[in-house]
Design a binder for this molecule. Structure first.
Ligand code: PHE
Length: 342
C-alpha cells in the first residue's frame, strides 16, 4: 500500500471513533492528521520521489484528503459546540410561570408606631425632640432631681447600679427619663418645650412591670407656667391618641422632683377596652424649685411642668394587651397582629 492509501485507510478506520469524539479527542485527531508533523503534511515528503506526471495527481489527492479530514473535524467540533450551548440554555432556562419566593413585608413594632405618633403630636404643639443617656450618673438620675440619698428609689431593688462605689459620679442604668431634665436645663436656656423618649431600667418584673420599658418625658419651662398648662397638654395628648371620649383623671401623688405631683390614669372602658378600672399611665407635676436651682435656673424667673409616661402602658391601653412582657418578647405570633401599623 502506498503511504497515501495508508493514511486514508487509517483515517477511515477511525470513523466510528471520530463520530463519537469529544472535545479532547478532536484536538488529538486534528494534531495527529493535520498538525505540522501530522500524517497528512508528512505525505508531502514523498513528492520528491514521484515523476513530474505523478506529482500533480498525488498533490491533488493529498489535498483532497486534507480537506475531507479538515471539514469532518470542523463539522464535529461545531456539533459539539452547539450541543453544549443547547444543554446550557436548557439548564439555565427560566420558568416565568413558577410561583416566586414571597418575602414578607416587615411592619412597625406597636411601641415604635405609637412613639412616632406621639413625637409627631408633640412636634405639632411646638415641642423639640431631644435625648439623654441611658447610662448616666447618680447625680443626673437622682440628686439633681431632688431625690435624697436615702430615698427608696435608689435602693438595690429598683436601680441597676453599674459602679461598685456609690457616689454622685457613679453610673446607673437610668431608672426614668427624668434624668433628661437636668441635662436639658444645663444644655440650654429656657424658655423651651422638650420631649424625650427612650428606654429605662428597673429591677422589677410582673404582668404590668417590665425590667426594661420606654418612657415619654415632657419638660416645659417658661414664665408663668401653671398646672392648667400641664393638664391641657395631657388632655390633648390622650384625646388625640384614644379619641374624644377618653376619660382621664389626675390623682394626687408624690415625686421628689415635682410639687404638686400627680399620677395620670385613663379609664379603660372609655377607650374601648373590655375591662373595668383605670390604667395608670405615669407621673407628672410642676417642676420642683430645687430641681431648677440644682441646674442653674432661677425658680423666681421660670416655672415649668414635667411628665413621664410609660409608652408600654399606653400601647397596652391602645391594643388591649394584658401582659407588658409581650411587648419586648419578640414573639412573632404576638407581633403579627400589628401588621396594619405603618
Ligand atoms: N420619673 C417619674 C417616674 O418614672 C415620672 C415623672 C416624670 C413624674 C416627670 C413627674 C414628672 O415614675
Amino acid at each position: 500500500m502506498n503511504p497515501l492509501d495508508e493514511v486514508r485507510s487509517s483515517w477511515a478506520s477511525l470513523a466510528s471513533e471520530i463520530n463519537a469524539a469529544d472535545e479532547t479527542k478532536l484536538v488529538e485527531l486534528r494534531s495527529r492528521f493535520l498538525g505540522k508533523k501530522g500524517e497528512i503534511p508528512g505525505l508531502m515528503r514523498h513528492l520528491g520521489s514521484l515523476s513530474a506526471d505523478e506529482k500533480p495527481v498525488y498533490g491533488a489527492a493529498v489535498q483532497a484528503l486534507r480537506q475531507e479530514v479538515e471539514s469532518t473535524l470542523d463539522r464535529l467540533q461545531e456539533q459539539l459546540r452547539s450541543a453544549a450551548l443547547k444543554a446550557r440554555l436548557e439548564s439555565e432556562r427560566l420558568d416565568l410561570t413558577l410561583p416566586g419566593d414571597r418575602s414578607e413585608a416587615g411592619t412597625l413594632h406597636p411601641l415604635v408606631a405609637l412613639r412616632d405618633e406621639i413625637l409627631d403630636l408633640f412636634t405639632g404643639m411646638g415641642f423639640e425632640i431631644a435625648d439623654a443617656p441611658e447610662i448616666d450618673t447618680e447625680w443626673f438620675n437622682f440628686s439633681a432631681l431632688n431625690v435624697a440619698d436615702d430615698h427608696p428609689a435608689r435602693d438595690m431593688q429598683d436601680t441597676f447600679f453599674l459602679s461598685r462605689e456609690r457616689g454622685e459620679d457613679s453610673l446607673v442604668l437610668r431608672t426614668h427619663t427624668s434624668n433628661y431634665q437636668p441635662h436639658a436645663m444645663r444644655d440650654r436656656k429656657p424658655p423651651f418645650r422638650l420631649l424625650s423618649c427612650g428606654q429605662v431600667y428597673r429591677c422589677d418584673s410582673d404582668a404590668t412591670h417590665s425590667p426594661v420599658f420606654t418612657q415619654v418625658e415632657g419638660l416645659v419651662l417658661d414664665k408663668g407656667i401653671s398646672f392648667s398648662h400641664l393638664k391641657a397638654t395631657i388632655y390633648t395628648m390622650v384625646r388625640a391618641l384614644y379619641g374624644e371620649g377618653a376619660v382621664l383623671r389626675f390623682r394626687p401623688s408624690f415625686f421628689p422632683f415635682t410639687e404638686p405631683s400627680a399620677e395620670m390614669d385613663v379609664d379603660c372602658r372609655s377607650v374601648g377596652l373590655d375591662r373595668d378600672g383605670w390604667m395608670e399611665i405615669g407621673g407628672c407635676g410642676m417642676v420642683h424649685p430645687n430641681v431648677l436651682t440644682n441646674s442653674g435656673v432661677d425658680p423666681e424667673e421660670f416655672q415649668g411642668f414635667a411628665f413621664g409616661f410609660g409608652l408600654d402602658r399606653m400601647a397596652m391601653l391602645r391594643h388591649g394587651i394584658k401582659d407588658i412582657g409581650l411587648l419586648t418578647a419578640g414573639d412573632m405570633r404576638f407581633l403579627r397582629q400589628f401588621k396594619g401599623l405603618a
